[in-house]
Design a protein around this ligand. Structure first.
Ligand SMILES: Cc1ncc(COP(=O)(O)O)c(C=O)c1O
Length: 459
């Protein structure tokens, strides 16, 4: 449980042989709320949010800093309430996440509506709310003006840019066979440069559109600070081209997106994680300094510019653990010497489909946390797949009833859980000190079949 950033301390500890999250025993949580279960530390989440705010504020005296967590990483209403209490804005993708942000108490003016193929309905809702719209195509710009005219209300918009990173030969940590330069161009999101350059002057012409800023999101392609600084350089090159076409327009809201690795960065969704994660301070310094310098080189003022970041994984990854219970031990001693611990969770709840040669998450046997790990087991999930969550990993002697905690499961895991084998998906608990509340109940079989319809003729 070591990490490299003092301001983001971990809230896990071991007491009397049991794993605790804040002041709660995970063994008691498993018993009280049932497994499988996601458990999130509110303190850890608040600390992370404050660390982002402080890191970027320390390096950006020119203007406001807004942390806009990407709701997709953990779209849970109570989680969003915590972040809203902390004063955070929000990046949303599409109408569902917009609804989550509203129910989660985000100040509508601090919502940034991202997403592909935005239709009239979402644009109308955003304009009425006073939320900002991150344009992903010229078509969306025209819809904004059309809807703005109908409502007699101006749409605040940002251009989502796709700078070409000429000088960058680095490969992506996400898809290591591809160069970042190529991926950031071929990936669908963002407005192609040939389309965005004419959009600038067009936005100025349109009476019901106010272009307030620019947006970029590279994604979790690299932790190397040199890559981030190249990205920002390319970003500003494109901003200056847009500015020239728009009569010297300077974006007053500049969003750098997400893609910052989590401190522990043990991610199932990222292929290359085995080099150090920079501290938040280093990310913040690199991004702000590269931005400031590049703007100066282009003769563009940074005075009063509000900067924004949209962390997803970097904010949430380590705030949540996943608890599962061992239900049965299988043992083969004739054909081979092998033991399996069958647990009540599944790869389909954990985003780790297929055979995993290396353990996907750090783990702790929560009720035997001090015992030596001197036995080897496969820990297998409960669908009809092979479900090798862990193969022959060192653990204390396991038996039915043991609770296994999988760490660092806070980002993009729970929202991608599926219902394979008609399994109801796990619930979520929020811990605050010694208090624990269910914030998303366990799914039921009625939920699983709620959308099924049997036509009259088949009844
Ligand atoms: C627009 C936008 N912002 C922020 C994020 C968060 O990214 P990450 O979780 O890598 O920080 C995403 C993720 O896909 C995104 O699409």
């Amino acid at each position: 449980m070591s990490h490299n950033d003092e301001t983001r301390s971990n809230t896990l500890s071991i007491k009397e042989g049991q794993l605790y999250i804040e002041g709660c025993s995970t063994v008691e949580l498993a018993e009280k709320f049932g497994t499988p279960l996601f458990v999130l530390s509110e303190k850890h989440l608040r600390q992370n949010l404050r660390a982002y705010q402080a890191a970027f504020e320390a390096h950006w005296p020119e203007g406001e800093v807004r942390i806009m967590p990407a709701i997709k990483a953990n779209p849970t209403i109570a989680v969003r309430r915590v972040l809203s209490e902390e004063g955070a804005g929000c990046d949303v993708f599409g109408p569902g996440e917009l609804e989550c942000a509203l129910r989660g108490g985000v100040n509508p003016e601090m919502i940034s509506v991202n997403g592909s193929i935005k239709d009239h309905a979402i644009i109308e809702k955003a304009i009425l709310l006073g939320a900002r719209i991150v344009l992903d195509s010229p078509k969306e710009l025209e819809i904004c003006n059309e809807v703005g005219e109908k409502l007699n209300k101006t749409a605040r918009v940002m251009f989502r840019l796709k700078p070409y990173l000429h000088d960058l030969g680095e490969r992506s940590d996400f898809l290591p066979q591809q160069e970042i330069r190529e991926l950031t161009q071929t990936i669908k999101y963002g407005i192609p440069t040939s389309e965005v350059l004419p959009m600038g002057p067009r936005a100025i012409e349109l009476p019901f559109v106010e272009p307030v800023g620019v947006h970029i999101h590279m994604g979790r392609h690299s932790k190397k600070l040199a890559v981030w600084s190249q990205l920002i350089k390319g970003y500003v090159d494109l901003i200056s081209q847009l500015s020239a076409r728009m009569g010297g327009w300077i974006p007053q809201e500049v969003d750098f997106g997400g893609g910052f690795a989590a401190p522990q960065d043990q991610e199932t969704r990222v292929a290359v994680t085995d080099y150090p994660t920079p501290s938040l301070g280093d990310y913040a310094r690199t991004i702000t300094t590269s931005f400031r310098n590049a703007m100066q080189r282009h003769g563009l003022s940074t005075n009063g510019i509000m900067i924004e970041v949209e962390p997803g994984r970097g904010l949430h990854n380590e705030t949540m653990i996943h608890l599962t219970q061992v239900h049965n031990i299988k043992q083969e001693s004739i054909n081979l010497d092998h033991r399996w611990a069958e647990v009540d969770t599944s790869e389909v709840f954990l985003g780790i489909m297929g055979v995993n040669p290396t353990p996907p998450f750090d783990y702790v046997v929560a009720n035997k946390a001090y015992r030596p790990r001197n036995h080897r087991f496969d820990i297998v999930g409960m669908t009809c797949n092979a479900e090798w969550l862990y193969q022959q990993v060192p653990v204390p002697e396991l038996e039915a009833g043991d609770i296994i905690a999988m760490l660092n499961t806070g980002a993009y895991i729970e929202p991608m859980a599926a219902n394979f084998n008609a399994l109801p998906r796990p619930g979520m608990v929020l811990v605050n000190g010694d208090q624990a509340d269910m914030i998303k109940r366990h799914e039921t079989l009625d939920d699983v079949f709620a959308r099924h319809v049997v036509p009259e003729r088949l009844r």
